[in-house]
Design a protein around this ligand. Structure first.
Ligand code: FAD
Length: 426
C-alpha cells in the first residue's frame, strides 16, 4: 500500500506552510506535492499559541491564523490546499524514513515515496522527566508547543482564575505564558535557574527592564534554582512545587517552558547532523541530495555570521522554507541563502525585535524607564546585532538594514550618544 509524490514536506508547521505557498507561487501540478503532519490541522502560525490564543476576550482561533497570515501573505486554509491540488495528510505520524529508497513509513502503515523530501519536523518541548523530575503527566501541568497543548492550557487556565500558577523557565515561552496568565487573572511565580530573563539574548540591563515591568504586573520571581519535585494529590493534580533550594510554592497550575529539542530522530544515522539539527548547505540541502531541511530542525550556514546555526524562530522557518523551494524549483537562479537572524516577542503592551548576532561589546541607548530603548552589539569593530523595544515598523526596518550592512564602528561613545539615530543615518 502506498502513494507517490514528486515533493513531500514532512511536518505541517510554519515552515511547511511557507514552503507550500512558495510551491504554489512557482507552480506545482495537482497531486505532485503532499504535506504529512502529525497535527490534525493545516499549518498555522505557531507563535499565536502563546499570544492571541490565550487571550481571555476574543481569543485567536483557527482558521484566523493559518499560515501565511504572519507575513501578510495569503491565508492557507484547508480549502486553499485543495484548490491548489496539494495533498494534506494530517493526523499522521511518520515513524521511519529511508533516504536511499526515498520512502517514508507512516504510523498507519502507509509507505509514501518522493523524489524530493523537505524535512520540516521542527522541534518538541523538552520535558521535566529529561531532567529527572517526574509528574509532567499531572492534569494541571502544561507544556506549549502545539494546538493540543494550547487547548489544554486554556482549559486549565480557565479553571484557575484567581489561583496560583508556577511558570518554570525564563525564556520566550515562560515570559509569554506568564504574561498571558496574568491577563487571565492568575497569580504568577516564575522559577528559573539563571540570574535573569532570556539569559541567552538579553543583557542584564534589558532583562531588568522586563523583570521590573513583570513585577509591576504582580509577577514574582524565584531565580537561581530549579524544580525538584511536585506535590500531587489523589486526583493527579499538582498542589505545590518544591524547589531545589528547599522552598515550596503552592500551585493550582504549572506551565513548563524549559527549551526544545529538534525532531531529528528519523534521520539519525542517515543524514549528517550538526549542532543538534540536520546539517544543510546554503541551498538548505541536507547531506543526501534529494533531501532538504528547513525551520527549527535545520542547521544551515548563516553567511553574515560566517557560522552554521540552528535557529528556533519563526522568521527563519518562513524564509528557509521559501528558499529551499526556490532552490528546488529554480536551481539556476537561486543562490545561497543569505539570512539576517531575526527574533521577536510580544508581552503585555511591550514588543521587541532583535536582528543579527549578540556577540561582542554592548552599547545601550534610549529610555529604559518605560519608553523606547535598545542596544547594539559591536564585534571586531563592526555592528553585528541590534535590539529595539517599542519601535515603529520603520524603526525596526532601519535597525534591520543597519545590522545587515555591519558598518564599521570606531567610536562606541558616539554610538551610545546617537542611539537609534545611528541606524537611521547608516
Ligand atoms: P514547527 O512549526 O514546530 O512544525 C513542525 C511540524 O512537524 C509539526 O506540525 C509537527 O507535528 C510535525 N512533525 C514532527 N515530527 C513529525 C513526524 N514524525 N511525522 C509527522 N509530523 C511530524 N518564534 C519567534 O520568532 N517569535 C515568537 O514570538 C515565537 N513564539 C512562539 C510561541 C510558541 C508557543 C511556540 C511553540 C513557538 C514560538 N516561536 C516563536 C518559534 C516558532 O514558532 C518556530 O520557530 C516555528 O514554528 C518553527 O517552524 P517549523 O516548521 O520548523 O516547526
Amino acid at each position: 500500500m502506498g502513494r507517490a509524490f514528486v515533493y513531500v514536506i514532512l511536518g505541517g508547521g510554519v515552515a511547511a506552510g511557507y514552503a507550500a505557498l512558495e510551491f504554489a507561487k512557482r507552480g506545482v501540478s495537482p497531486g505532485e506535492l503532499c504535506i504529512i503532519s502529525e497535527e490534525p490541522v493545516a499549518p498555522y502560525e505557531r507563535p499565536a499559541l502563546s499570544k492571541g490564543y490565550l487571550l481571555p476576550e476574543v481569543p485567536a482561533r483557527l482558521p484566523s491564523f493559518h499560515t501565511c497570515v504572519g507575513a501578510n501573505e495569503e491565508r492557507l486554509t484547508p480549502k486553499w490546499y485543495k484548490e491548489h491540488g496539494i495533498e494534506l495528510v494530517l493526523g499522521t505520524r511518520v515513524k521511519s524514513a529511508d533516504v536511499k529508497r526515498k520512502t517514508l513509513l507512516t504510523a498507519t502503515g502507509e509507505t509514501i515515496s518522493y523524489k524530493i523530501l523537505i524535512i520540516a519536523t521542527g522541534a518538541r518541548a523538552l520535558r521535566l522527566e529529561e531532567f529527572g523530575v517526574t509528574g509532567s503527566d499531572a492534569e494541571n501541568v502544561c507544556y506549549l508547543r502545539d494546538l493540543a497543548d494550547a487547548n489544554r492550557l486554556v482549559d486549565v487556565m480557565q479553571s484557575c482564575t484567581g489561583g496560583n500558577a508556577v511558570v518554570i523557565g525564563g525564556g520566550y515561552i515562560g515570559m509569554e505564558c506568564a504574561a498571558s496568565l496574568v491577563i487571565n487573572k492568575i497569580n504568577v511565580t516564575m522559577v528559573f535557574p539563571e540570574a535573569q530573563f532570556m539569559a541567552r539574548l538579553f543583557t542584564p540591563k534589558i532583562a531588568s527592564f522586563y523583570e521590573q515591568y513583570y513585577v509591576s504586573k504582580g509577577v514574582k520571581f524565584v531565580k537561581g534554582t530549579v524544580l525538584s519535585s511536585f506535590e500531587i494529590d489523589s486526583n493527579k493534580k499538582v498542589t505545590a512545587v518544591i524547589l531545589r533550594d528547599g522552598s515550596r510554592l503552592p500551585a493550582d497550575m504549572v506551565v513548563v517552558g524549559i527549551g526544545i529539542r529538534p525532531n531529528t530522530t528519523l534521520f539519525e544515522g542517515q543524514l549528517t547532523l550538526e549542532k543538534g539539527g540536520i546539517k544543510a548547505n546554503g541551498r538548505l540541502q541536507a547531506s543526501y541530495e534529494s533531501v532538504y531541511a528547513v525551520g527549527d530542525v535545520a542547521t544551515f550556514p548563516v553567511k553574515l555570521i560566517r557560522e552554521n546555526r540552528r535557529l528556533e524562530h519563526v522568521d527563519s522557518a518562513r524564509k528557509s522554507a521559501r528558499h529551499a523551494v526556490a532552490a528546488i524549483m529554480d536551481p539556476e537562479k537561486t543562490g545561497e541563502f543569505d539570512y539576517l537572524p531575526f527574533f521577536y516577542s510580544r508581552v503585555f503592551a511591550l514588543s521587541w525585535q532583535f536582528y543579527g548576532d549578540n556577540v561582542g561589546e554592548v552599547i545601550h541607548f534610549g529610555d529604559f524607564t518605560g519608553g523606547k530603548f535598545g542596544a547594539y552589539w559591536v564585534h571586531k569593530g563592526h555592528l553585528v546585532g541590534s535590539f529595539l523595544e517599542g519601535g515603529t515598523k520603520e524603526e525596526y526596518e532601519t535597525i534591520a538594514n543597519a545590522t545587515r550592512l555591519q558598518p564599521v564602528i570606531d567610536d562606541l561613545a558616539m554610538l551610545e550618544t546617537q542611539g537609534l539615530g545611528f541606524a537611521l543615518a547608516v
